[in-house]
Design a protein around this ligand. Structure first.
Ligand SMILES: [Zn+2]
Length: 485
């Protein structure tokens, strides 16, 4: 934790955990247009554009992978589901087609590696996740895997693959979204060595533990093998991830690619409110302990704090992180369930999730402290019990400055290949969404490229990336590999 004296009430207390119960019952420029329409002009300008692989094949593979789903009618591919296993096999074939040696680890991560001229040199890792949310778009995660594979395929075709100075390994991570086990980054965190072995005991909604699910798919998902998934830091040179922006900045700037400066920290909470179950017709309003009404008040409180944190937190005037907190704080209740869930029954229990993100870690802790204190007060006043469990935490991370500069120049190279000698400021963005790069930052230096997506929409079937922007991403990865690896 930073030594900042920023957030005053927060520092008066030591918040070791939020798990307890309430006491009552418990840039753009005009030239960007050229970049935007690079596809039309590209043939005339460039001669090493590799359109066949970086644009057409990559786009068709994204479409193909987007159809690998566990349900008819929309895309859903959660951790180690049957569709995830099918997707892993398809990705593995594409890796082999690009000249990579492949394997799948016990966590379901798919690896494809080329050694280059020195197999024992530290390796560049690249990749993203193959799992999806429910009713997902086809670019989130898949784009990072496919753009890496496509660029390596071009190196194979141009006979440069075996001449790489560092080994390069593409990893399609088995879990980033955390839909199945409510715990994100299972794939990348295992490789980064930050996933405790106790994670093997967490269970999904059907009550099956992670270890049981792993054992269905592989042999030897033991604690020992789980720990061996961790890569040694000295064996790794860095990690690079391409990902759709999932926001509107690049589109509004009119530029296909941007470099990521850092990723917001995030916390996920599970809140369980328990009251007194009863008959909707017979219990007088004054005698109710209704967890649903309490949950509604808690959710409105959350929204108020996250919209206007300055009205809830006190901080000193020198607090440098106030601005980054206030400008980046976002909170969401995305899942709610109640028991017994019948129209004529006052519920006995309501459970909901909170997803809270901010660029500033100290500020995020201050918000969590203030939020939980006020939530317990509300539960006390309403005579319901309230348990707040902290299910997931990730600190904000900064991208490596040198890798970011290299990716920036790779993006510019891509723009110039597509659109001529344009002069474009490659935008530098913060990411409000978590990515595998967040976990990988615990292992090695990391850098990220964002790719423009239509309307900034993601986690939706409306998610869309232009074929030419897929191409730009592939060209940037290729330029990065050719110039720095
Ligand atoms: Zn993603």
């Amino acid at each position: 934790m930073a030594s900042s004296l920023c957030f005053l009430p927060f520092l008066l207390f030591v918040v070791s955990s939020l798990v307890s119960s309430s006491s009552s019952s418990s840039s753009s420029s005009s030239t960007a247009t050229d970049v935007l329409h690079g596809g039309e002009e590209a043939e005339a300008v460039g001669h090493d554009l590799h359109r066949e692989y970086l644009r057409d094949e990559a786009a068709s593979r994204l479409n193909e992978l987007g159809k690998v789903s566990d349900v008819n009618g929309y895309l859903e591919r959660t951790f180690l589901s049957p569709a995830s296993v099918r997707a892993a096999n398809v990705i593995r074939q594409w890796m082999e087609d690009a000249g990579l040696r492949t394997w799948v680890d016990i966590m379901g991560n798919v690896h494809g590696r080329v050694d280059g001229i020195n197999a024992s040199a530290p390796a560049l890792l690249m990749g993203s996740h193959l799992d999806t949310v429910v009713d997902a778009g086809k670019f989130d995660g898949a784009l990072g895997i496919i753009s890496a594979i496509s660029a390596l395929k071009v190196l194979k075709v141009t006979e440069k693959l075996e001449k790489l100075k560092h080994p390069v390994e593409v990893i399609a991570f088995s879990d980033e979204e955390g839909v199945r086990f409510q715990s994100t980054f299972l794939g990348s965190a295992a490789i980064a060595g930050i996933l405790p072995a106790a994670t093997l005991n967490i269970s999904d909604k059907s009550g099956r533990t992670l270890q049981e699910v792993l054992n269905d798919n592989t042999v030897g998902a033991t604690e020992d093998n789980f720990i061996k998934l961790k890569y040694q830091p000295e064996s790794v040179w860095g990690y690079v991830e391409v990902h759709i922006e999932q926001g509107p900045v690049l589109e509004s700037a009119g530029i296909p690619l941007g470099v990521v400066k850092g990723i917001a920290g995030q916390t996920r909470l599970k809140v369980t409110v328990s009251g007194s179950q009863g008959h909707a017709g017979t219990v007088p309003m004054s005698m109710r302990r209704d967890p649903m009404a309490a949950a509604a008040e808690l959710i409105v409180l959350l929204e108020s704090i996250c919209k206007h944190p300055q009205e809830f937190l006190s901080y000193d005037d020198d607090c440098s992180s106030v601005e980054s907190l206030f400008g980046s704080l976002v909170c969401t209740v995305g899942e709610i369930s109640l028991w017994p869930s019948a129209s004529n029954v006052i519920p006995g229990q309501v459970t909901f999730t909170i997803d809270l993100r901010a660029m500033d870690d100290v500020g995020r802790e201050a918000v969590l402290y203030e939020l939980s204190a006020r939530m317990y007060n509300i539960c006390d006043r309403r005579s319901v019990s309230c348990v707040i469990e902290r299910k997931h935490d990730a600190n904000a991370v900064n991208c490596d400055s040198e890798l970011s500069l290299q990716l920036q120049s790779a993006a510019l190279t891509a723009f110039r290949k597509m659109a001529g000698n344009v002069d474009v400021d490659v935008p530098k963005l913060m990411s409000g969404a978590g990515h595998d790069a967040m976990a990988m930052a615990h292992l090695t230096k990391m850098g990220m490229l964002f790719v423009r997506c239509r309307g900034g929409i993601s986690h939706s079937p409306a998610e869309h990336v232009l074929d030419d922007d897929i191409w730009a991403a592939g060209l940037a990865v290729l330029a990065f590999l050719e110039n720095h690896v």
